[in-house]
Design a protein around this ligand. Structure first.
Ligand code: DI6
Ligand code: FE
Length: 406
């Protein structure tokens, strides 16, 4: 028996949906060999006879997918905004709520008032809901602190969640999310502080894996975003951008010029934006939760992304204002029903392309030799069922780094 056939565990007895190259690539009656938390072999069980496995685990039917990836969340925040949701449905307008100090600034106040431990424990509850549905990798952004200290506190809370949770958690600094009230008439002053003080410290302490900004009329201009991206680039941090959510400002083409990992939302992206993203390999992250909650009408240009070969990811955008989403599986359904993605594209969007939007595609997002052994067993017969069932809990067994964790 050669060394290359020795493994810690051989998981078998289910159809394996590998998602290699973003396609289902179904291996009927497949098997996955794991050593030291990594996949060393995937194939039909009948070809695994020579495997010298310390443990063999029989799933007894069903399908196995890669662990799901939620590549865009704002899970860490203080308070919630269910009262504003109710107010809006009782006829109070967004602008009235904002004029009363509500909206994003109400979350900023609650986040500033929370300790790091409180931020961790309130986010942990939401995190558990996502993980219970088979998420093994996710990203969490800062952006509700909007002071030097409270942005750092959010990022430290994210790192703490990463340490205490059996999941891969990436941290993104989104200090350029909104202008803090203290900088009301001087947004450029906040951008200066981000570029010259905050980001250097964030990089120094290793608190973020990427830098994000919100490019929109009600947030920051492409010129302001470019300054943040220049600073990130000097510090060796990859960038991503909230772009073209409510209007077309050319943010996604700007992101592409900086080789961004992803541009996110994109309802108003033009063909020029899409071509630029294709040329730079920037992933289009689609966020149907915010589209749904804001009752938007313009859908992202899915046909253009297909035509230009721009990979599409799907994410929850979990945040207290525009997407209080605790289910990535619901986003799969919405991506198809609202945006016209196919179930195969949607599943690629929460596996391989989601991993790519985090710069993790070499190690995550598909079931292939050399990648981490993160996978999920579902009592289903076809992968489209993951997209098809609307809500309800689907039982699943989650394997993280080769160990069953739920
Ligand atoms: N996009 C959004 O939709 C929000 N932030 C962002 O970057 C809204 C965040 C909020 O309202 O709390
Ligand atoms: Fe967002």
């Amino acid at each position: 028996m050669s060394e290359q056939h020795r493994c810690d565990s051989l998981w078998h007895g289910a159809d394996v949906i590998t998602m290699q190259n973003g396609r289902y690539n179904i291996i009927e009656d497949g098997a996955i060999a794991v050593r030291d938390g990594n996949i060393i072999w995937v194939g039909p069980l009948r070809d695994a006879r020579e495997m010298n496995a310390a443990r063999r685990i029989d799933f007894g039917g069903g399908i196995v997918t890669p662990g799901l990836v939620d590549c865009h969340t704002h899970l860490v925040f203080g308070g919630d905004r269910s009262h504003e949701f109710e107010q809006r449905l009782n006829g109070v307008s967004y602008s009235d709520i904002a004029a009363q100090g509500g909206g994003i600034l109400s979350t900023v106040r609650a986040t500033r008032a929370a300790s790091e431990a409180e931020l961790v424990s309130s986010a942990a509850w939401r995190l558990q809901r996502l993980l219970a549905e088979g998420v093994t990798t996710l990203e969490i952004k800062s952006g509700y602190g909007l002071t030097h200290d409270s942005e750092l506190r959010m990022l430290r809370a994210i790192r703490q969640l990463a340490q205490q949770t059996p999941a891969q958690i990436q941290s993104t600094c989104l200090a350029a999310h909104a202008t803090p009230p203290e900088f009301g008439d001087n947004p450029d002053g906040w951008i200066d502080l981000i570029c010259n003080v905050l980001l250097p410290q964030v990089a120094d302490e290793g608190l973020a894996d990427a830098v994000d900004a919100f490019c929109e009329h009600l947030a920051f201009s492409p010129e302001q975003v470019a300054r943040v991206f220049d600073a990130a680039q000097r510090l060796g941090l990859p960038v991503k951008l909230h772009a073209e959510q409510l209007s077309s400002l050319g943010g996604s083409a700007l992101a592409a010029r900086y080789g961004a990992l992803s541009a996110d939302h994109l309802e108003y992206a033009t063909e020029h934006d899409v071509a630029a993203m294709a040329a730079s390999g920037t992933v289009a992250v689609l966020l149907p939760g915010a589209f749904y909650l804001l009752r938007e009408k313009q859908v992202p240009p899915v046909a253009l992304f297909r035509q230009y070969g721009v990979p599409m990811a799907l994410a929850s955008d979990a945040n207290p204002g525009t997407s209080p989403a605790l289910s990535l599986r619901l986003m799969l359904n919405m991506g198809c029903t609202l945006f016209g993605m196919t179930p195969e594209e949607a599943l690629a969007g929460v596996t391989l392309h989601g991993a790519r939007a985090l710069g993790l595609a070499d190690t995550h997002g598909s079931l292939e030799a050399g990648k981490v052994a993160d996978f999920v067993h579902w009592p289903l017969t076809r992968p489209a069922e993951l997209v098809y069932w609307l809500g309800g809990e689907l039982p699943c067994q989650v394997i993280f780094r080769g160990e069953a964790i739920r």
